[in-house]
Design a protein around this ligand. Structure first.
Ligand SMILES: *[C@@H]1O[C@H](CO)[C@@H](O)[C@H](O)[C@H]1NC(C)=O
Length: 351
């Protein structure tokens, strides 16, 4: 009897595993945005916004510098894994991957990009409108690969993630001699970006997307680069930039409420990293982290991209002790904490 019992138990458990695979609600992650979610698209275009060299990627599987602005994985990699998909989301322009890989996850993101076309021009990176063109091309390739019906199902069931906005403020609006600053007040510029975000969501919806996560801004006044510039404030977080981020997040959230009313059948959520990110910075020891005000790479004050290079002897040995990897980007550890928080909150309904 014990033997029969064991067999039934084994069959049952295999059946449950099978069910959980069939029932996987999200077949792919489809990502748009900036360096927070770029996995190496910029390696394939002429720009200085690059990170495909050491010490970037030193904690990535294989120690490989992929073009992710991190010592290891970025949030979308962790989210993909949490959804039972691939442990990494590959870059659309990466020649090492093809449509069979992209069928379960792809990122069109480009470091340095933003909602505003002029933001992507600052560092000659891929504009959001171009990311959308690549997405259309992807859909055509997906239909060729899997057939119309299966491809459409993947498109409507996939989770579309938008992660951008920081550069519009820090690389564009607040940059020296900014044209945008002479055209718009801060609230006007926020509304201008919200208009672009809304149109982008409508475009995705028109292309068949139904599950969309609109990402909020981090407390961008706490990025080491912005702290270093805040000399008047003694190197503390810039309250001005943080309040712009909070204010913009309120508007993004309001946008999702409006879009849900306007677009039937859409499942649109606002994924807000702000509070958890600030909590990590304020109470790092709760997360096993020690250093919050400077980054791991080099002096930790201003270096990112080419300025964060392997020859710098100041680079920390254990990035897990730091909130920030370079002066503008979180460590893999921070990304992992924020991602698991988002998966448990805004993204939980898609699991
Ligand atoms: C994608 O690449 C893999 C391995 O490199 C190969 O086996 C597969 O046939 C390719 N698929 C397509 C659709 O090109």
């Amino acid at each position: 009897m014990a033997y029969m019992h064991a067999i039934i138990w084994l069959l049952l458990s295999q059946f449950l595993v099978l069910c959980s695979k069939i029932g996987a609600k999200v077949p792919a992650l489809i990502v748009f945005g900036d360096s927070s979610v770029d996995a190496g698209n910029n390696n394939q275009i002429p720009t200085i916004a690059r990170s495909n060299f050491e010490p970037y990627g030193r904690d990535f599987p294989g120690g490989k510098p992929t073009g992710r602005f991190s010592n290891g994985k970025i949030p979308t990699d962790f989210i993909s894994e949490a959804f039972g998909l691939k442990p990494i989301v590959p870059a659309y322009l990466d020649p090492a991957y093809n449509i069979s890989d992209f069928a379960t996850g792809v990122t069109f993101a480009s470091a340095g990009s933003g909602y505003d076309k002029e933001t992507s021009n600052v560092l000659s990176v891929i504009a959001l409108s171009k990311e959308l063109e690549y997405y259309k091309e992807y859909q055509t390739r997906l239909r060729g690969y899997l057939g119309e019906a299966k491809a459409n199902e993947i498109i409507s069931e996939s989770l579309h993630i938008m992660g951008l906005g920081t550069n519009d403020f820090l690389e564009n609006y607040y940059a020296f001699n900014s044209r945008r600053q002479s055209q718009f007040t801060v609230p006007q510029y926020e509304d201008f970006l919200i208009g672009i975000a809304g149109n982008f969501i409508k475009e995705l919806y028109g292309l068949g997307a139904r599950k969309i996560s609109l990402g909020g801004l981090p407390p961008m006044g706490c990025l080491p680069l912005e702290r270093a510039e805040n000399m008047m404030g003694g190197g503390e977080c810039s309250e001005r930039y943080n309040s712009v981020a909070s204010e913009f997040n309120v508007k993004l959230n309001k946008l999702t409420v409006e879009m849900r009313k306007e677009l039937p059948g859409i499942k649109l959520v606002f994924s807000n990293p702000y509070d958890i990110f600030l909590h990590i910075i304020r109470k790092p020891s709760l997360y096993g982290i020690q250093v919050t005000s400077v980054a791991c790479c080099a002096t930790g004050i201003f270096e990112m991209g080419y300025a964060c290079n392997r020859n710098n002897l100041l680079t920390c040995t254990n990035a897990d002790e730091y909130v920030f990897w370079d002066a503008f980007h979180p460590t893999q550890k921070t990304s992992s904490i924020i991602s698991s928080y988002l998966v448990k909150t805004a993204l939980a309904q898609f699991l």
